[in-house]
Design a binder for this molecule. Structure first.
Ligand code: 16G
Length: 245
């Protein structure tokens, strides 16, 4: 409980109390917290102090506020390790989620200058271009715009794009995926991303750009994606090289 004679600031003690209840499973993702007024009365502190405690936890991503509704325990973020090249479908299955796709569009078209440069092909070479909303247990997680070299990856259809691309490439075409180069940048959702990902304009997202190669080093896939910042975090294992002493 709150100890006013403690040297620990009161807002900090309130935060610790909230964290403990969340860790103990007493408050679970989606649960609504008591209002600031109720907290303030219960602990006999000002609403400002309660607000300070809550705002910091919102900024950490542990709580989320909904205008006119209240403060809720946030969903846990999915953690993806940046080791080994995996597909969205594999990632979701490994976590016990049901992967899903909403295919916004799929077309065979001439490569744009951007895609041609990335895939090391000519501007009028054919690419498959598609946009997919990737779902975990029916909840939107990421928006991916994908360009695939159509001369390398033959016979790709809307049906394959609605499932797993990597599975089609490896299991049906028997091609070997080698490696990918990927960059991650922080950004905020624009109107379009917000609508498609069921978040608000201005919410945090991670822009990820991936260039994937076959084992013979030929790039076959260029993907630009927006991952939800409130639902995703990436982790990296970093052994220290012997020469960096
Ligand atoms: C991941 C990849 C994406 C790839 C997709 C294939 C990122 C950050 N991730 O989502 O590039 O196209 O997996 O998944 O770019 P699929 O085999 O389930 O279609």
């Amino acid at each position: 409980m709150i100890d006013k004679s403690s040297p620990l600031p009161i807002y900090y003690q309130i935060q610790e109390m909230i964290r403990k209840k969340m860790n103990a499973g007493e408050w679970e993702p989606g649960d609504m917290l008591p209002s600031e007024r109720i907290f303030a009365e219960e602990f006999d502190v000002s609403r400002m102090t309660v607000r300070q405690a809550i705002i910091e936890l919102v900024n950490e991503g542990l709580l989320r506020r909904e205008k006119g509704k209240g403060t809720f325990v946030a969903e846990k973020k999915l953690e993806q390790t940046l080791q080994g090249l995996t597909s969205f479908t594999e990632d979701m299955k490994a976590r016990g989620f049901e992967p899903g796709n909403v295919l916004n569009y799929f077309r065979v078209t001439e490569a744009s200058s951007d895609a041609a440069k990335a895939l090391n092909i000519k501007e009028n070479d054919k690419v498959y271009e598609m946009q997919r909303i990737r779902l975990a247990d029916k909840e939107p997680m990421a928006l991916e715009t994908t360009y695939i070299n159509a001369n390398l990856i033959k016979g790709l259809t809307e049906e394959h794009a609605g499932k797993s691309l990597y599975q089609y490439i490896e299991k049906e075409l028997n091609l070997k995926i080698g490696f990918a180069d990927q960059t991650l940048e922080s950004a905020v959702a624009g109107k379009k991303e917000a609508e498609l990902l069921s978040i608000n304009k201005g919410d945090p997202i991670l822009w990820i750009s991936r260039l994937t190669h076959l084992q013979d080093d030929t790039p076959f896939e260029y993907v630009k994606s927006a991952y939800r910042g409130d639902r995703y975090k990436f982790s990296i294992h970093m052994p220290r090289d012997s020469h960096s002493s």
